[in-house]
Design a protein around this ligand. Structure first.
Ligand code: IVH
Length: 713
């Protein structure tokens, strides 16, 4: 009995190890390489399989499991962390002249004619340090004052780009012996502590680095920032000023479950203390080495020579800046060779061997001419500043968001004021602050209108900052926004049905609800101003094309408050059919992953409106998707099997059919991703490979046991 149990737990352990490695690999592909190889649904299935196993064997649950990325219970304060090596800052250069002087100082100090530099973007986020022990992420901390930071391990665990377990480095870079001494406290970046290691025979299996500190930056991608702010605004909560503030606010949450919902990212840019590895002796090579461990390192890093190389890089990255997916505020130049770095040393808290070359701020001064209000798809009213045109970060800006009435008050913005406009990448420009000294005598205070342009009055909930139009779908402005959203790329993806056309169609009363889009005729379209027959035909083709969609897109397209793209996907996956979703009540909705009371209430409110139900009914006559009956978690789903050799009674096809009926995938070749190899007589290389990779091997009896355990009949 005991034996059976220990066999079961051994099997569970193997499977858990496989699932974790597989999930982390998909995380890396998705969040770091931006190149996923499985669908979200497949990922979720693997995730649930792991959760189920961990629930069954709680003793096997460890903090490095991908299931632990969802956050844990709140803490009352962050603990202090004493950094083992100081987290330094960088001196800044703002002009080419300062860069030339930096290079000249270094050449002089080193007594060389030309210096090789590693050059990198300067990420606009927060510096952190990650500690890995034997390859497992054990602690993360903010920079703080450089000597003492705050422990934010649980929050960092939720950042998908941060590996919870590092890949083993190439055997060439690992010190052969288990290290007998404690890490020495060595100043500086990337100093591998040296110790007398006794040569040990290699065990053949890859060994993790004993101890590694990784320095890098936590940041929020522009797209994630935009989504977060849209959601904040929808909820009537404060919008963040820029991605850096959003990243900082998210990282410093005492409740890591909140951090888990914010999409933070991470890039490594240095090594702190390292023990048990033979580190490359050049900075760029160290970064490449970190990459081999699975750490995200931007591929914007280069190695250049001399001051001209630095300035060329600065221009090159400057040109790419606006189109990069994350904010940078400059570039960083580092002497590439670590021996040269050591020779140069530090002045106070900054290294002599590095400098940050900053970009000019993306801010500009202009006049605020007027404040208009815009009506959003859910009726939210956003005040917008009309500005005297001004160049900000290479783009002419004429409008800027003022977020909401409270923000206008808080920033004390008057019409006629001289204001500072800020733009960060593709984020909507905003009015950062007023230049009070320049306020003209005739500047006027903004008064929030009491009514929407549709005539309905505006209302505000006591705990919200946002005013909303009460007109619902009788408000043309809301209808336009709802239709724009419905047709947008990530919703029904109707190419050609852009802002202008929606405006015309609504103004000319051709369409009222999204369902009307599907009844538009060629005759009706070509009577519109500036609409030729060809464009009309293209539009009709795009509309026809959108008829075949997915349930997730359809739900997202409905434009339900607080139901974004990923929630829509979760809802579609959970309920499988539209009918199931329409029948769900508040409690059922809350059973969906990531759906809490706010989203559930939004759904309930939306579905309680008869006109919304009516639109859904009409739309169902025009659009279609593959309905899924939610496969009630098949017992072997998420598991991959490989069959090899001749089984005593089952043919290969029979075994395959039985496995697939229980949700398993049957693959032809063995890899790290294989969960089980079923081996019969004369099993050849596949069995050997399974043994080499440590994949569990079953015989027919084992397979049959597993199939019957799965209640097939
Ligand atoms: S290296 C000893 N590299 O800049 C050098 N820092 O002012 C330590 N930063 O707190 C820093 N991108 O938050 C380095 N590629 C990069 C960076 C970078 C952004 C930030 C970091 C640090 C600040 C220093």
């Amino acid at each position: 009995m005991l034996d059976l149990f220990s066999h079961a737990i051994d099997q569970a352990r193997t499977e858990i190890t496989h699932l974790r490695a597989e999930l982390e690999q998909h995380n890396h592909r998705y969040y770091v390489l931006d190149d996923p190889t499985i669908s979200d649904a497949e990922y979720d299935q693997l995730f649930r399989n792991l959760q189920a196993l961990e629930a069954q064997y709680p003793e096997l649950l460890t903090p490095d499991s991908p299931t632990q990325r969802v956050g844990s219970k709140p803490v009352s304060a962050f603990a202090e962390v004493q950094h083992r090596t100081a987290m330094l800052s960088l001196n800044n250069a703002f002009s080419d002249g300062e860069v030339l002087a930096f290079d000249a100082r270094i050449r002089e100090a080193l007594g060389v004619d030309e210096v090789e530099y590693a050059v990198e973007p300067k990420f606009d986020g927060l510096a952190i340090t990650l500690t890995y022990q034997n390859g497992v992420f054990v602690q993360g901390a903010t920079r703080g004052d450089g000597a003492t930071g705050e422990e934010v391990t649980e929050n960092l665990r939720t950042v998908r780009a941060i590996p919870l377990r590092l890949d083993a480095p190439s055997p060439l870079t690992i010190e052969p012996a288990p290290t007998p001494v404690r890490p020495e406290l060595v100043e500086g970046q990337g100093t591998s502590s040296v110790h007398a290691s006794t040569a040990h025979a290699s065990t053949g299996s890859a060994r993790a680095v004993d101890f590694l500190e990784v320095r890098g930056e936590v940041l929020m991608f522009k797209a994630d920032f935009a989504k977060l702010n849209a959601a904040q605004q929808d909820k009537g909560e404060k919008a963040f000023a820029n991605p850096r503030n959003a990243a900082a606010g998210s990282l410093r949450q005492l409740d890591s479950r909140i951090t888990a919902k914010r999409r933070l990212s991470f890039f490594a840019y240095g090594v702190g203390l390292c023990d048990g590895a033979i580190l490359p002796t050049q900075h760029a090579a160290q970064m490449a080495w970190l990459k081999t461990l699975g750490l995200p390192v931007t591929d914007l890093c280069r190695v250049v020579r001399g001051a001209q190389g630095l300035l060329d890089y600065y221009r090159d990255i400057g040109e790419q800046r606006a189109s990069l997916p994350f904010d940078i505020d400059g570039v960083v130049y580092k002497v590439n060779d670590l021996a040269q770095q050591a020779q140069l040393g530090f002045v106070s808290r900054a290294p002599r061997w590095a400098i940050a070359h900053k970009f000019p701020a993306e801010e500009a001064e202009t006049t605020l001419l007027a404040i208009d209000v815009q009506v959003g798809r859910t009726g939210a009213i956003t005040p917008v500043a009309r500005l005297s045109p001004v160049q900000v970060g290479g783009v002419v800006v004429t409008n800027a968001t003022l977020h909401n009435e409270d923000e206008i008050r808080r920033k004390d913005i008057h019409i006629g004021d001289t204001v500072i406009v800020r733009r960060a990448g593709d984020v909507i420009p905003e009015v950062a602050r007023v230049v009070l000294e320049k306020r003209p005598a005739d500047a006027v205070q903004f008064v929030m209108p009491t009514h929407c342009e549709c005539g309905a009055h505006l209302a505000k909930q006591a705990d919200e900052a946002v005013w909303r139009c009460t007109g619902g779908l009788s408000c043309a402005a809301q209808r336009k926004e709802a239709l724009r959203h419905f047709a947008s790329r990530r919703a029904m993806n109707i190419e050609g049905l852009g802002d202008k056309l929606v405006e015309q169609l609504v103004d000319e009363a051709r369409i009222h609800t999204p369902a009307d889009i599907y009844t538009l005729s060629l005759d009706a379209l070509i009577t519109l101003p500036r609409m030729g027959e060809k464009s009309a035909q293209n539009l009709l083709a795009a509309i026809a094309h959108s008829r075949a969609t997915t349930l997730a897109r359809f739900i997202f397209a409905l434009g339900i408050r607080n139901v974004g793209e990923s929630t829509a996907k979760d809802l579609a996956q959970h309920f499988g059919t539209l009918d199931a979703l329409l029948e769900a009540n508040f409690d059922r909705l809350q059973q969906v992953r990531d759906v809490g009371p706010i989203v559930a209430q939004s759904m309930v409110d939306f579905l309680a409106e008869n006109h919304n139900r009516a639109v859904i009914d009409q739309l169902r006559q025009h659009v279609a998707w593959q309905e899924q009956t939610v496969a009630e978690h098949l017992p072997l789903s998420g598991l991959t099997f490989v069959l090899t050799g001749t089984l005593p009674t089952l043919t290969r096809d029979e075994a395959k059919a039985k496995l697939e009926a229980l949700g398993a995938k049957v693959s032809g070749s063995v890899s790290k991703k294989t969960h089980y190899v079923v081996a019969g007589e004369d099993a050849g290389s596949k069995l050997e490979k399974a043994q080499a990779l440590g994949v569990a091997v079953l015989d027919e009896a084992g397979l049959v046991g597993m199939l019957s355990g799965g209640n097939l009949e």
